[in-house]
Structures are given as C-alpha cells and as structure tokens.
Design a protein around this ligand. Structure first.
Ligand code: PMP
Length: 472
C-alpha cells in the first residue's frame, strides 16, 4: 500500500536507479544531477579531495553538503571523537541531567555569537531541520507565555531552504520539498525571493526592488494580522535555492517592517555560520539582525551530526520564569540533545578554527575565489556569477541579454555537473540552472585555481554538447 507514496516521479527515477536507500533522493530530484542514473559512490577522503570506489580523485568543491569546513580525514577531529567515546560515549540532558561538555560548547558558541545574542542560550539538536523546528517551538511557547497563543504564523521566502521535517520543510520554499506532501502546512506564508538578477523588474533599481520586497512583507503581515505572525525566517544568503545574495539594504528594510509588527527574525545560518562568508556569521556580512539563530553543518565540519538553535535571553528568561511559576517543563528535547561526542568534535573544530586562523584565511583567499568566479561571467553560458567569501554560483542562461533560461528538459546545470565530475571536480546543480561552489575552508590558492579551471572546462564541454544536439 505504501508503494505509490514512495514511487519517485519522473525526475527522481534516474537518480534512484542503483540506490540501496532513499535518503539522497530529495537532494537530486530538483537538480537532476545524476544524468548517468548511477550514484557516485565516495569511499574515502583526505583534505579537500574525495575518492570514488574506482579510485578516481575529485576536488570536493561543495564541502559535501556545504559542511566539511576542515576537509576530510582531519586527525584532530578523529581523535576528539575517539577520546570522548572512550571517556563518555553517551549521556543525555533530560530530567535534571546535564552533559558538561555540552555546557562548555554552549558557552563557546555564545561567546562567538553576534552581539545581540551574547546573553542567549543554546539548544542542541542533530540537524539544521530540527534546529529550525526548535525555533518554531520556542517561538510558539514564548508567544503563548506572553498571552499571544494565536501568534504562530511564520513568513519565509521563495527559494529558501530550512530543512525537510514537516515544520522546517513547510518553511522551506522549494517545490520538490513540497510536492506530493501537501506542504506547506497552514502556519507558513511565503514572500518573494530576493534575487535582483532574476526578479528585479525592467528599469527597477536595486533600491526600488528592496522597497518593493519590504512593502510585500508588510502586506503579508497585515493580511494575516500582526497578532497572528510570530516570525520571519531567512538565510543570510539563500544556499540551496541558488546561492542568492540579498541586495544592499535588504535585511535592514525587512527588519524595520518586522519590528513595526512585533515579528521576530530567525536567521538560518546553517550554511553561512562559522566563516563561510569571510565573517563568522552571514548575518554580519549582510546586516541581518537576527533575534534567533540556527547553525549546524560546519560546527562539526560534518564529521558528526550537530545543530545549535541559539535562543535570545528575553525568550529564554520568559520561558524559565513561566516554567518555575507553573511547575511545568518546556516539553522539547531529543535523545541526542547535547550528545557528548558531537560536542567534543565541535569544540575541537572551533579550537582549530581559531588556532589556524581560518577566518583570516578565508578573507585572504576570497578575493582570488571571487575574481575567478566573476571571470566565468565571460563564458557564453553564464548569465550571472555571484558570491561572497568562499561560496559562489553561476546561473546559466540561453541568452545573456534577456536572461532567458534554457528549457528545463535540457538540464544544463546537471550537464555541467556531470562534465565537472569527468574532470575530477564536484560542484552542485541547483534549481533554475544554477551551479554552486562551496569548498572546504582549508583549500589553498592552487586548489581554488584548479576548481575554476575545471569548472570553466566543464562549462565549455556542456556548451559544446548543447550546440551539437540543439534540439534534444
Ligand atoms: N537550513 C539551511 C540554510 C540549510 O542549507 C540546510 C541544509 N542544507 C538546512 C537548514 C537543513 O539542514 P539538515 O539537512 O541538516 O536538516
């Protein structure tokens, strides 16, 4: 009886051939990146390189799923996990128990947090999705305590990615996450994607575009009723939606609207946290003042699962006071909340991050990375090249002048990804024929040049393939 529900749609089918488990299907359905229909089986990694089961070497220019900041096989992270496992392999934070290493990590994260979250608290989970679910639960609980139990709606943006659980998957706005699921659930509304390149109107300035989006947000809040809207969720830059950087002044304008209607801002820093943009936090890079902040991925360099939902002091104190008054508990927590092995790896990752001055390294390498990225603008397939720090993307078009995309059936970005694989480079195809690049933070200048040399080659391979079969 379950078969129809699990049966993949046409776009998914090739990606699933040869797979023994279903978990990667959502990641490939939109991008259609597996043109060959065979999964790429990665069996080993060292530094910025990974190796498939045939022994072929690839530069992993996506840091896995935007997460492996320190690259593969970092002995100090391995040792941190192993020694923690020997000492205390597991304990929990329920019913009056606490794991000291989780407290230590929470203190460390708060010491690194943006100024307005310095007095905050950290709730640990296992994934970006559950961190965002936690934010929703905290927001709802906080509003109930404030006597505003109906203030539950979440506004997010088209192209946003916040996870795939039923709450975070509803806040996400990518069609393949919603399709066949009846999502988004009714507590979520979406406003426009902030891509000026794609959605700026003819003759509209960037400043006018920002004004239009802020007015749209205000309209959405008023339509629902400000007493119904709890929060505005936004990634500092939209990652999985296409590495979309906000236009200048965007976040301050959105924040002003939020403040007018007592709508709190949740910054989703699952990709941008810990140096990706050249700043510790993406919100600093884009003047996004976030009341709540979610992070994960680079926190452990992807070695073990861990997420952190940073909760502001004002919400925490209200919840704590109410809990004491009513003798109840905030009924939220996972078996693996504050898992000691994950916390040990994260503490080691942050120690290495500071000791090896990775933030400074990203800042030093970013000009070369961005210069090589912008250099791709000259390629006939590239309509737009954009990025910041060590993250970037190219958006591929049929006609640069009009920004006309290729027909989706031509799977242009997926072709580029496939040709890149042949050249020993892992990049990722995203919706709207975007190809993203997000290498481990430990890459060298030579690696960066190699990444862009290979990507340029893959773009030309794809162009030649398109021209040799113009009607396919
Ligand atoms: N938020 C953002 C910004 C993300 O990029 C992701 C994952 N790519 C998530 C949340 C969800 O994280 P996870 O896959 O760990 O649930």
């Amino acid at each position: 009886a379950l078969r129809p529900a699990l049966c993949p749609g046409p776009a998914l089918r090739p990606a699933l051939r040869g797979m023994r488990h279903l978990t990667t299907s959502t990641q490939t359905s939109e991008s259609g990146s597996l043109l060959t229909g065979q999964p790429l089986r990665i069996v080993a990694g060292k530094g910025a390189m990974v190796y498939d089961d045939a022994g072929k070497e690839y530069i992993e220019a996506m840091a896995g799923l935007w997460c492996t900041a320190l690259g593969w096989g970092h002995e100090e992270l391995v040792e941190a996990a192993a020694s923690q496992m020997r000492n205390l392999s597991y304990y929990h934070c329920f019913a009056g128990r606490q794991v000291p290493i989780a407290e230590e990590l929470a203190d460390k994260i708060i010491s690194l947090a943006p100024e307005n979250l310095k007095g905050g608290k950290v709730f640990f989970g296992m994934s970006g999705s559950d961190a965002n679910d936690t934010q929703v639960r905290v927001l709802w609980h906080y509003n109930t305590i404030r006597g505003l139990p109906q203030k539950k709606k979440i506004i997010a943006r088209a192209g946003g990615y916040h996870g795939v659980t039923l709450a975070s998957g509803s806040i996400t706005a990518l069609p393949h996450v919603h399709a066949q699921m009846g999502l988004p659930l009714d507590f979520v509304r979406h406003v426009s994607c902030p891509s000026f390149y794609r959605y700026g109107r003819d003759g509209e300035s960037e400043a006018d575009f920002v004004r239009r989006l802020a007015a749209e947000l205000e309209e959405a809040i008023l339509k629902e009723g400000p007493d119904q809207v709890a929060a505005f969720f936004a990634e500092p830059l939209q990652g999985a939606g296409g590495v979309i950087l906000p236009p200048a002044g965007y976040f301050p304008a959105m924040r002003e609207v939020c403040e007018r209607y007592d709508v709190l801002v949740v910054g989703d820093e699952v990709i941008t946290g810990f140096g990706r943009t050249g700043q510790m936090w993406g919100c600093t890079a884009f003047q996004q003042k976030a009341d709540f902040l979610s992070c994960a991925k680079q926190l452990t360099s992807g070695y073990v699962p861990l997420s952190a939902a940073i909760i502001p002091r004002f919400a925490y104190e209200a919840i704590e006071a109410s809990t004491e008054r009513r003798g109840g508990v905030f009924g939220h927590g996972y078996t693996y909340t504050g898992h000691p092995v994950s916390c040990a790896v994260a503490l080691k990752m942050l120690e290495i991050f500071e000791r090896d001055q990775l933030l400074e390294k990203v800042t030093q390498l970013a000009p070369l990375f961005q210069q090589r990225l912008l250099g791709l603008s000259a390629h006939p397939l590239v309509g737009n090249a954009r990025g910041i720090g060590l993250i970037g993307a190219v958006e591929l078009v049929k006609e640069k002048e009009t920004k006309q995309p290729y027909d989706a059936s031509r799977a242009v970005a997926a072709k580029v990804v496939q040709f890149a694989l042949e050249r020993g480079l892992i990049v990722r195809a995203l919706p709207h024929d975007v190809v993203s690049i997000c290498p481990p933070l430990i890459v060298s200048a030579a690696d960066v040049n190699e990444i862009f040399d290979r990507l340029e080659g893959a773009l030309s391979d794809a162009l030649a393939a398109l021209e040799s079969a113009p009607c396919l």
